[in-house]
Design a protein. Structure first.
Length: 105
């Protein structure tokens, strides 16, 4: 998803780089977007998993035991996935030559 976002946002980032944005600013923007998106996805997954677990526990007539540590690990894992898989597209966007995408417009 981040790679396709890079292709779509390439022109916008080229304008940003052409007017003087630094590579680290573009890198930071992409990394923040990746972490926010993956964290929201992790939160939605945690909520759905907890709701499904509560429902399944009531259907099976077993007690539901909430473990906050597991939920925290799941959230941190989703944020880490955003950092890991967002870094290389962010690096590619930061090193983009601003003239190439602008030439195709």
């Amino acid at each position: 998803m981040i790679i396709s976002e890079l292709n779509v946002k390439g022109t916008f980032d080229s304008y940003w780089l052409a007017i003087g944005a630094l590579e680290r600013e573009v890198l930071t923007q992409f990394l923040v977007e990746a972490v926010v998106l993956s964290s929201f996805g992790g939160l939605i997954g945690i909520v759905l998993a907890l709701a499904g677990s509560v429902w399944l526990a009531s259907v099976l007539l077993v007690p539901f035991v909430f473990n906050g540590g597991i939920v925290l690990v799941a959230f941190l894992f989703s944020a880490a996935v955003g950092v890991i898989f967002g870094y290389f597209p962010a690096l590619k966007a930061a090193r983009l030559d601003p003239i190439v995408p602008l030439r195709h417009e």
